[in-house]
Design a protein around this ligand. Structure first.
Ligand SMILES: [Zn+2]
Length: 412
């Protein structure tokens, strides 16, 4: 084994060990508080719900650790069994190294790598989520979702791959800059097309019916000068009892979307507070700021690939006897996660900072914190959220502050 392969293995095992260690830390912390509802949550959750949330947290943690370990094995097999160079030679031999053929190679690897996880996805939905009463997906919907996802990947992902590989042929040494530009253009196009063409493939969207709730939410939009084309209800209950709210689209195409499950769980003032929180994200420009950052990181990513693609040792470490760009793109994609993992706490810290800002905005426009607190309590209860995560665990993984942290900030 050469030094590159050794470094990669160390990185893969380091991530795996860190994840299992954090999960175990969290599990013990949850168990230590499992006997009775902790002081801070008395009167918020009842005993049976609390016990159920503990059981759900532990079951998800156990399942997650097994899935993680399995994922490591799958990744090692793909990286070091010679499967990838074999695939590359197969496509190069039969179809040449044109952009079309190499994009097909990348697509085929992506498809093959998505297969081993399917049984886990299935089990997670139809056994684990089912057991705790969250699953509402039928087998038919679940399989149709996979087929639609694959069709979209063929229609949108494959042409994008061809374009990027063509750009490498056309533009020479500066290809990474042009490829990055093409990627950004594609992502912007998706931001426009997704709400109109893609999301309706998976869910039904209907306008929120006339009535007190609609009046109330439109008044909030007016009060906060939030321009929205319409308020839509999405049939989230088609797949799960978990609930959510978000908005999509630009300018006058902007749509506010509420899950039907959310409307069923919250009262009118709580729904208004949730929407105020979402509008807070918009007003504080959280989305463009995050987009700008991810745009910058993908520029760095493309540049790193362009450097790696010049190194013989990079290809040889994984059994490739070529310096074609396609394997470099593939290997970078497979390996970036083991490095980015260590930066994820920073990203999550940043995300939590924005959640606090959106909460503060909601409190301001509602003139009281109680509606949002009520909504958060109900959402934590209905989703059986872990109420007692280990601080290191939530600090590392949570994109949202915990219920207690948010309540403390709202009351402060
Ligand atoms: Zn938020």
């Amino acid at each position: 084994m050469n030094w590159v392969a050794t470094v990669v293995c160390v990185l893969i095992f380091a991530r795996w060990a860190a994840e299992l260690w954090l999960s175990n830390l969290n599990r013990r912390h949850v168990l230590a508080h499992a006997d009775a509802v902790p002081e801070a949550f008395r009167g918020i959750v009842d005993e049976p719900t609390y016990k159920k949330s503990v059981a759900y947290t532990l079951a998800k943690a156990r399942f997650g650790s097994i899935e993680e370990t399995y994922g490591v094995i799958v990744l090692l097999v793909f990286l070091f069994s010679g499967l990838l160079p074999f695939g590359f030679h197969f496509f190069a031999h039969h179809h040449g190294t044109s952009a079309w053929s190499m994009a097909a190679f990348l697509f085929a690897v992506g498809f093959a790598m998505s297969l081993p996880g399917l049984p886990f996805d299935w089990y997670g939905q139809f056994r684990l989520e089912q057991k705790f009463g969250f699953n509402t997906t039928t087998q038919k919907t679940w399989w149709l979702d996979r087929v639609k996802g694959l069709a979209l990947a063929i229609l949108l992902g494959y042409p994008l791959l061809v374009l990027i590989l063509k750009i490498v042929e056309w533009t020479g040494a500066q290809w990474w800059l042009w490829a990055w530009g093409a990627m950004i253009a594609f992502q912007l196009l998706m931001l426009v097309l997704a709400p109109v063409l893609i999301m309706p493939l998976f869910n039904k969207f209907t306008p929120l019916p006339e009535g007190a709730l609609r009046e109330r939410l439109l008044k909030l939009a007016e009060r906060t000068r939030f321009v929205a084309n319409s308020i839509q209800v999405m049939d989230g209950s088609k797949r799960s009892r978990h609930s959510n709210a978000f908005f999509t689209g630009f300018g006058k195409f902007r749509k506010i979307v509420l899950f039907d499950t959310l409307i069923a769980q919250l009262n009118e003032s709580e729904l208004e507070a949730v929407l105020a929180h979402e509008i807070g994200h918009f007003k504080k420009k959280h989305i463009p700021k995050m987009l700008l950052f991810s745009t910058f990181s993908s520029l760095v990513g493309f540049y790193v690939v362009s450097l790696l693609a010049k190194q013989d040792w990079f290809y040889r470490a994984f059994g490739f006897e070529t310096t074609h760009i396609a394997p470099a793109l593939l290997l970078f994609t497979l390996l970036s996660g083991v490095v980015m993992f260590w930066f994820s706490p920073l990203a999550h810290w940043w995300s939590r900072k924005y959640e606090y800002e959106a909460d503060a905005f909601a409190k301001g426009v509602m003139n009281e914190p109680q509606s949002l607190i009520g909504a958060l309590r109900k959402l934590n209860e209905k989703n059986l959220s872990n109420l007692t995560p280990h601080p290191l665990y939530s600090g590392f993984y949570y994109s949202h502050p915990t219920l207690l942290e948010r309540e403390a900030a709202l009351k402060g």
